[in-house]
Design a protein around this ligand. Structure first.
Ligand SMILES: NC(=O)c1ccc[n+]([C@@H]2O[C@H](COP(=O)([O-])OP(=O)(O)OC[C@H]3O[C@@H](n4cnc5c(N)ncnc54)[C@H](O)[C@@H]3O)[C@@H](O)[C@H]2O)c1
Length: 319
């Protein structure tokens, strides 16, 4: 149920922070953000919604028992796979002693979550091209909490209703799901490209089509399984390196996962030589809404005092 007195403060206003802030604003929440930098607006199609999200100069100026801090600060990963979460720690430290609750959304290795202080760990699974829409209506709802966590914010109820899949476990388990998702994407892309590179050299349209026909015959043009450019962007290379760097140590050893980054890096070098290689994007599939789920959504909308058609029109206008 939407609670009109809740205040949402997004900490870290990059890709993930902006998607969360805009989505929460669209869902009717009072939203502000704190970021020591001046990040550019990443979602120009939603330019109007930014006006409803105020920048705070003091991170705790909206603090109360009804305030939720949504921490979306970025991690960094060195070339040899060491994850640096110092900016995230700094942000969490600046929230010590607050009355409100903390939802952590940054991607953090399972073992590194142990020492951090937060109420809920909720990794983000959005794709940058459809980030705001996917944040209004997430495909996956993955929540990690510790024993004795405070009562959930109302938006969890809304997100659960929208989500295709709903997982609740420990913060570490939630983080493993996040890495499983990203690594599975990396693995498929690296495998298909490595296999395609063994078939031929895509220097002409004809040769590219020959390689693609072989791959597509078996994989039917499915996402992450199409021959093309290496995986890039903000997350897949960094998260693949971090996971391999942490877990590829004796006695665990994960040679298959550890090889993905090297395979992708080799293919990346080829891209300059073969500019015809296409770039593929992906997004979560459109939701199929069952009759039961539609009824649940209607029930939430009534309790939230928002007509579903009004909400959908509002989202539609932002597209
Ligand atoms: N970009 C994606 O598509 C995506 C998807 C899922 C998960 N993630 C994860 O979410 C996290 C954030 O990713 P992003 O792409 O939004 O990063 P980003 O670099 O775009 O944004 C991070 C923001 O945090 C701010 N920041 C740094 N230190 C801060 C502090 N102490 N207090 C407040 N703000 C601070 C920075 O100024 C920056 O604007 C990462 O862990 C990333 O792996 C990203």
């Amino acid at each position: 149920m939407h609670n009109g007195t809740e205040k949402m403060v997004v900490v870290g206003f990059g890709w993930v922070g902006q998607a969360n802030a805009l989505a929460l604003n669209i869902l009717g929440y009072n939203v502000s953000y704190f970021d020591p930098g001046e990040p550019p607006q990443h979602y120009p199609l939603h330019a109007g919604v930014y006006e409803g999200v105020e920048k705070l100069s003091d991170i705790t100026s909206r603090d109360s028992e009804k305030t939720w801090y949504i921490v979306c600060v970025g991690d960094r990963v060195s070339e040899d796979g060491v994850q640096d979460i110092s900016n995230i720690k700094r942000a969490l430290d600046s929230l010590k002693g607050i009355q409100g609750g903390v939802i952590l959304r940054s991607t953090i290795l399972p073992d590194l979550l142990e020492d951090l202080s937060f109420d809920y760990y909720m990794p983000e699974f959005l794709h940058e091209k459809k980030a705001v829409e996917e944040c209004v209506s997430p495909y996956l709802f993955v929540l990690g909490s510790r024993k004795g966590a405070r009562a959930e914010p109302s938006v969890f109820g809304l997100w659960r209703t929208h989500a295709r899949k709903d997982f609740h476990g420990t913060p570490q388990e939630a983080s493993f799901i996040k890495y499983l998702s990203n690594l599975w994407n990396s693995l498929r892309i690296a495998f298909v490209n490595e296999f395609g590179d063994s078939i031929g050299r895509p220097s002409t349209k004809e040769e590219l089509a020959r390689i693609s026909d072989i791959i597509d015959f078996l994989f039917d043009h499915r996402s992450y399984m199409r021959y093309g450019k290496a995986f890039g962007g903000h997350c897949l290379p960094k998260d693949t390196r971090a996971f391999a760097g942490w877990y590829n140590k004796d006695p665990k050893r994960i040679p298959l996962i550890a090889g993905m980054y090297e395979s992708n890096a080799r293919h990346q070098k080829m891209e300059k030589e073969f500019p015809l290689l296409p770039e593929w994007y992906s997004q979560w599939p459109d939701r199929h809404i069952s009759g039961w789920q539609a009824l649940r959504e209607l029930w939430y909308a009534i309790r939230k005092n928002t007509r579903p058609a009004k909400l959908l029109r509002r989202i539609g206008r932002q597209k």
